[in-house]
Design a protein around this ligand. Structure first.
Ligand code: CA
Length: 219
């Protein structure tokens, strides 16, 4: 079972997709407005996002830029008249795309393929004595479970999804707390300190001067 976000503003297509995914045992949330996507993603991380390109308020490409640092797989839906979009979609980091109109069974098959591919390498993250089980929201250090708050776990997930890359405090704040959060970037510093301490990541979570932080996983 997986939890999927179906972002599609045409109700007939969205319903058809949701119904068929449900038939094969998945849970779905339908969203028809581009502006509502990131909140839903941050509220509960989906295993996969089916993302229509043409959406009210914010299109699929703009959304893809916000989604891609989170490491969530995406299948793009494009209309036949948007052939250039397919190329742009894949460049933007989508895992696959489907051209409308498509056979629903083909979409379901591709969903399974992408989910399987992701599960094989993204389920469990290991570094030194640390083991992060993404699906279970569980963190172990030298075999002992460590309790993290929701925000600490979300921050850790984002650092892992972007391992070896520098992330600005502003970006981390937007990804973990949401774009409309009015807090200060110091919030990030406080949470980073806690993660470092709880998980013995002092040498792994590096401060990037004048930028933010980077999770270093190279030996
Ligand atoms: Ca549309």
């Amino acid at each position: 079972m997986a939890y999927l976000l179906v972002v599609e503003d045409e109700p007939a297509i969205a319903d058809l997709i949701a119904m068929n995914l449900k038939l094969v045992g998945h849970e779905t949330l339908l969203i028809g407005d581009g502006n509502e996507v990131m909140n839903a993603v941050l509220n509960r991380t989906p295993d996969l996002i089916i993302l229509d390109v043409m959406l009210p308020n914010k299109d699929g490409f703009a959304l893809m830029q916000e989604i891609s640092p989170l490491g969530i797989p995406v299948i793009f839906l494009t209309a036949k008249s948007q052939l250039d979009d397919k190329i742009a979609g894949l460049r933007a980091g989508a895992d696959d795309y489907m051209v409308k109109p498509f056979a629903i069974i083909e979409l379901v098959t591709r969903v399974e393929t992408v989910l399987k591919r992701y599960r094989e390498y993204s389920n469990i993250f290991r570094l030194d004595g640390l083991e992060v089980r993404m699906d279970e929201h569980k963190v172990l250090l030298d075999g002992e479970e460590v309790e993290l708050t929701v925000k600490e776990f979300a921050l850790l997930e984002i650092l892992i999804a972007n391992q070896n890359l520098a992330l600005s405090r502003e970006k981390l704040l937007a990804l973990v707390w949401g774009a409309d959060f009015l807090g200060e970037t110091r919030t990030i510093d406080v949470h980073i300190q806690k993660l470092r301490k709880k998980l013995c990541l002092e040498k792994r979570i590096r401060t990037v001067y004048k930028v933010g932080y980077r999770l270093e996983v190279t030996p």
